[in-house]
Design a protein around this ligand. Structure first.
Ligand SMILES: *[C@@H]1O[C@H](CO)[C@@H](O)[C@H](O)[C@H]1NC(C)=O
Ligand SMILES: *[C@@H]1O[C@H](CO)[C@@H](O)[C@H](O)[C@H]1NC(C)=O
Length: 434
């Protein structure tokens, strides 16, 4: 569930598109107005329903928080989204699934909705009410009990017993003292990690998090500068290239792609599909490979369309290749910086970023604000995911993109009490200030 709540909108969108294309293609008829006599005539893999003789997609009658609902289920009149419950004819948050700082009750359900919180007593353990409190906090974060920290809680601050050279688990496991990173030890082929300083260019590395630059050439196992290699240079990492794209071509090894997704009809593409525009496919042997327009080509599956196009239903009768969305190559500098702390590029709104070390918090804030501004995330999709789809897995901070550099501001329950109510939606501005 945690991963669903990360801001992996791009990746999700790609997966979704791929699976939808496959599912529809195999269904035989591509009419969006499918007739039915009961639910089993509709796409059961998505729990679509048969209403008034026509298939209705599952998400078309999802009800939001606070909407009127019917407990004894005529689903064709709508039903509460899967993260909500229908009680007293209203769609409510699950009572046990509260956000940070809200009252929670472990006996009702599994506890707190934000995956970085747990349900516990407050500081002095004299109050009877449990609240969702942060856990797994890195060194330096405020705390009341050991259970909230990766290490221990001393004088209300999370501390670590690790020192320089202590072993640690992963790129950012939050156990190293704040001046150090969790870096692979210089004893190949060991992949064991220790709390050390990141290495400069030409220093030993196994992955991006080992390097100050944030890029490791995994052929030589040496740190290299980020975003520097020209088109045609051999590479092992997208972010080694100026263009942000290192792709395997028809020659069988990876090179930096100059001007990705730009080749039109007949344009040479010795390094593969990423040299062709969306809606075009690279065809032919390495020496004579050319971009070919596939838009409108009849298809039975996405294979025929290539990775730059999708096999989609057109006009309600047949399938044809249509240009896919261009993968985002925005915010490259921000991605490189953020990736150092995680080993991946996926940031999430629901983490307690405001309690993380400054460099980590800042890298996450810059990446998310940049991606959002440049349109890499679909704004409506972000809003839907956080405000409705996931039943509002509320963060305890607001991302403020109006200041430079962007910051995470702590938001206590008093700042927006609606997040602890059963039926009020949290306004978008409470979690994201653009
Ligand atoms: C601690 O207990 C006192 C009552 O003795 C209460 O007023 C106070 O709110 C409690 N503090 C917290 C953080 O729960
Ligand atoms: C790139 O790698 C290939 C395959 O290992 C090699 O044949 C080629 O010479 C390399 N090119 C450069 C410029 O190093």
């Amino acid at each position: 569930m945690n991963s669903v709540r990360t801001l992996v909108v791009l990746a999700l969108a790609c997966l979704l598109l791929a699976s939808v294309a496959d599912a529809v293609a195999s269904a035989g008829s591509c009419s969006s107005e499918r007739r039915c006599s009961d639910d089993s005539d509709c796409d059961t893999s998505r729990s679509d329903r048969c209403c008034n003789g026509r298939c209705v997609a599952e998400d078309q009658f999802d009800l939001n928080l606070g909407s009127l609902c019917d407990d004894n289920g005529d689903d064709c009149r709508g039903k509460c989204r899967s993260s909500l419950a229908c009680r007293s004819q209203r769609c409510e948050r699950w009572r046990g699934l509260a956000g940070p700082g809200c009252i929670c009750d472990n006996s009702l359900t599994s506890g707190c909705s934000n995956p970085y919180t747990y349900c516990d007593f407050m500081a002095n353990r004299t109050v009877v009410e449990n609240r969702c409190v942060w856990n797994n906090l890195p060194p330096g974060a405020p705390c009341d009990t050991n259970a909230q920290c990766r290490g221990n809680c001393e004088n209300n601050v999370c501390v670590t017993t690790s020192t320089s050279g202590s072993s640690c688990a992963s790129a950012f496991d939050g156990t190293c003292p704040n001046s150090l990173a969790c870096v692979v030890e210089e004893a190949p082929p060991s992949v064991a990690r220790q709390c050390l300083s990141r290495r400069p260019v030409n220093g030993y590395c196994r992955d991006p998090s080992d390097c100050i630059s944030g890029v490791c050439d995994t052929d030589s196992n040496l740190c290299i500068a980020a975003l520097q290699l020209e088109g045609g240079a051999n590479c092992t990492d997208n972010y080694a290239c100026k263009s942000g794209l290192c792709a395997v071509g028809t020659l069988g090894y990876r090179t930096c792609i100059d001007r990705p997704y730009s080749g039109g009809q007949g344009s040479p593409c010795p390094f593969g599909h990423t040299q062709c525009q969306m809606g075009y496919k690279c065809v032919g042997s390495p020496t004579v490979a050319r971009c070919m327009n596939v838009r409108g080509l009849q298809c039975v599956s996405s294979t025929i369309c290539g990775p730059n196009a999708e096999c989609k239903c057109t006009g309600g009768t047949h399938y044809a290749c249509q240009a896919a969305d261009k993968p985002s190559l925005n915010c490259l500098t921000e991605r490189v910086e953020y990736r150092k702390f995680t080993g991946s590029i996926f940031a999430s709104l629901v983490r307690p970023w405001h309690l993380y070390p400054t460099d980590v918090a800042e890298a996450a804030a810059k990446l998310l604000c940049c991606e959002y501004r440049r349109g890499s995330f679909n704004n409506n999709e972000v809003k839907n995911r956080y405000l409705r789809g996931d039943g509002q897995v509320q963060p305890g901070a607001r991302l403020n993109c109006r200041v430079d550099p962007p910051t995470w501001e702590e938001r206590k329950t008093g700042d927006y009490p609606e997040r602890c109510s059963l039926t009020s939606e949290v306004a978008f501005d409470n979690i994201w200030l653009l």
